[in-house]
Structures are given as C-alpha cells and as structure tokens.
Design a protein. Sequence first.
Length: 431
Amino acid sequence: MLEELEIVEHYGRVNGATESMHIMLMAQCYAPEEVSAAVLITELATDLVKRGHQVTLVTGAPSYPYGRVFPGYQNRAYHVEWLDGVRVVRTWSYISPHKTFWRRALHYTTYSATAFYGGLFAGRPQVLVSFSPPLTLGISAWLLSRLWRVPWILQLEDLYPEAAIAAGVLKSRTAIAFFSAMARFLYGRASHISVIAETFRQHLLQIGVHPKRITVIPVWADPDIVRPMPKENGFREHYGLKGRFVVLYSGNIGLTSCLEDVLDVAVLLQNNPSVCFVIVGEGVRKPALEQRAQAEQLKNVLFLPFQPRERFPEMMAAADLSVVTLSPSSSRSSLPSKTFNIMASARPILAITPSNSEVAQLVQRARCGVNVPPAHSRLLAETIISLQAQPEQLTEMGNNGRTELLASFSRARCIDMYGRMLLAVLESQTR
C-alpha cells in the first residue's frame, strides 16, 4: 500500500520502477485555451512530460462552457494530435449548448463510452488515471485497467453524486441510488484514489475506503503566471473601473455559486458609487442574475464573459477583494480552484461559504481573507465596507495568501507530489 512505501523526493528508480513511465490520463475536456479544471489537467500533463514521462491523454473535443466545439477542433470519432509533448487522443461525444439535465447526462455518458475505445486504440500504459466528474468515466477506466492489468488511479475533483445532489441537478431517488452504488463500486475497485481536499478524504473514510488507498493532493496555481501586479491596470481601464473598489467573482456561475448573495449586497450598496461588483464567467445561473440586475437597475454590477487566458493575471490583479462562494449543501463536496489563483495574485479572499467548509478553514488558517456565511447579506455588506476602509489589512491578507500558496499549493510542488504518487502506485503493483 502507498503509505507503506518509501516515496523518494526525486524522479529516480523506486524499487524496480523505471524513471520514465507511460501514463494515460482520461479527462473530459482538454485544451490549452480552456478554463477551470482543464487548465490544471493541461499543466499536469505537460509537466509530467517535462519530467521525462510519456503521457497520453484521452479526452473529447473542447466545448466548455458554451456547449460548442472550439474553433480549430472537430468532434470526430477518433483523432490524435500532439500538444506540448502530450499525445492527445480525442473521441466523439454529444455536445449541446443547452444545459438541461438530460443533455448534460448524454454528454457525459457518450464521452465516457467512447473514451473506452479511445484508450484501447491508444495502447497500453503503465498506469492509468481517470478524472471524476464525470463519474461514469470511471467505468471505462476500470474496464481498461482490468483488460491491461495496470494500476488505475481515480482522481476526484468533486464528490459525485453528492455534488450533483447539492446543486439540485440530481433529484430522483432512483438515480441517486444508482450513482451512489456506482461511486461505491468504483471506490472499491480503484488501485488508488487521489482527492483534492481533506474533507473529501474524510468522506471516503466514512464510507469504508481504507486510508492507505487515499492521497490528498491539493489544487494548485502557477505563481509564475498568476502573480502580484499593479491594481490599476489595463483591465480596469478597459472596463471603466479606475479608482473604484472592485469586488470580483471569476468562474463558473452555476447552481452552487451563491451569487444571489452578491446581488443582495449590490442592492444594499447601490448608493455607494465607489464599490463595484464584477462577475466574470458563464453558467446556468448567469441569465437569471443578469435579468435581476437589470430589473433592479443595479448600476454597480458588471457582468463579463470569461476572459482570454493571457488576460487572466491582469484581471485577478484588478480586484480589491476576490470572491469564492459555496452553498451550504455543496461545502463538503466541492472546492473551487479559483481559491488558489486568488492566493497567487496576492489579493484577499472574500469567502461566502459555511464556516465548516474547506475554503473557510483555509482562509482562517492562512489569514488570507474573511469568511461570511451564505444568506447573511447585511453582514456581507458591512464586511465589504469595513475592509474598504482598511487597505493595509487587505494588502497583508493578500500577501499572506501568496506566501501560503508558495509554501503549500504551488504548481511545481503539487505536481511533484503527483509524480511521486504515480511512481509509488506503480511500484506497489509490480513487487
């Protein structure tokens, strides 16, 4: 088992395991210009190649978040390309701009099914890693690992079906029972499980997964890409934000985002022209939020689409406060990756999350921001006004976050941890 092994601090030989591995990653979306989790998968794949490994990634045509295939790509049955040394195998999936439950389920299911033959045609690796969500991808990964007799690592980015239940997407008792059984089946058959948060690990322990089969490798940010920059910059100038106190949310505007709280505060502070709420991103809740802001004539709220990756560091630097949100129902099954980019940018976090969430605990431990529980709009408004009057404290919080990021959540450190885990799991299967 993993904890019984001596895991070396370098990428050398580990009890007979060779320095260079052939690693197959299976993930739903992958493209250098994509956002959110796809960026982390891109960085993981390319950095493993730089460390001397052979990496094959089985994925679909990039389409997130708009539900349309990106320009320059095609939704083919099978296609192979090379990106930064990574062999990328793309397979077909159903893609639709409509975000209904059944259309999304069909998208996940079709990719999960075609990923099986994509992986089969790509050839046998030494170790296989599949990312969840989608949970159904684990079935294809398990079948391939059985066929090839190679170790399989299940990477949990969210806990499913718990996250879908919390978001209100999954309501049928029959469907919940089915996916819960699928999750338990996969947890019991994976060679190892990698999770991004301690709360995820605790959940697995509670349902009977042995602690030696779980590794916590946190989400990371690249401090060389997202870095401290001047606040008054081109992003502020372009959107007329010069001199204003910017409260920024950037990310998926989904069912668990709690951005209704932000609009509630915008209503309370609409007579304070110095504060502006900037909401950047896409998602199923965005149209309703935009309609409300328009109906209530909120001049202090600005909605923007996802920004190009090259503009991302400047956008993050433009914030006085950067918002992370989690609804009470999702606080134990999700960990927003935006948290770590905020820390890398040396900006303070305004967490709108339950006090027992991983985000709230991180903010408190690192002293890199403040946490306000959801549905406390007046307290949230008072907190923003109080922090606006304390620029030195904001600077200190931002610097604390950057320091914590460099110590515990940097790209290089976390991918080193990932590489050691892969080597150890491979070695445990070969002795």
